[in-house]
Ligand binder design. Structure first.
Ligand SMILES: [Zn+2]
Length: 58
């Protein structure tokens, strides 16, 4: 089976890599994040709660 180009776990890692300050701005302005995979166009939604959890893991 072919490996998938993306996963929620990978998108989470990408979000962590943009840094706490940037995530704080997203939380303040949008209160959510939507990440689209550039390869398969799959959308990943992150709620305020998800983003808060990601920030705490940084
Ligand atoms: Zn993908």
């Amino acid at each position: 089976m072919k490996e998938e180009c993306c996963s929620r776990e990978r998108v989470k890692i990408a979000l962590k890599s943009i840094g706490k300050e940037q995530l704080e701005i997203i939380l303040k302005e949008d209160k959510k994040a939507e990440v689209v995979c550039p390869y398969c166009n799959k959308k990943y939604q992150f709620s305020k709660k998800d983003l808060t959890e990601i920030m705490m893991e940084i």
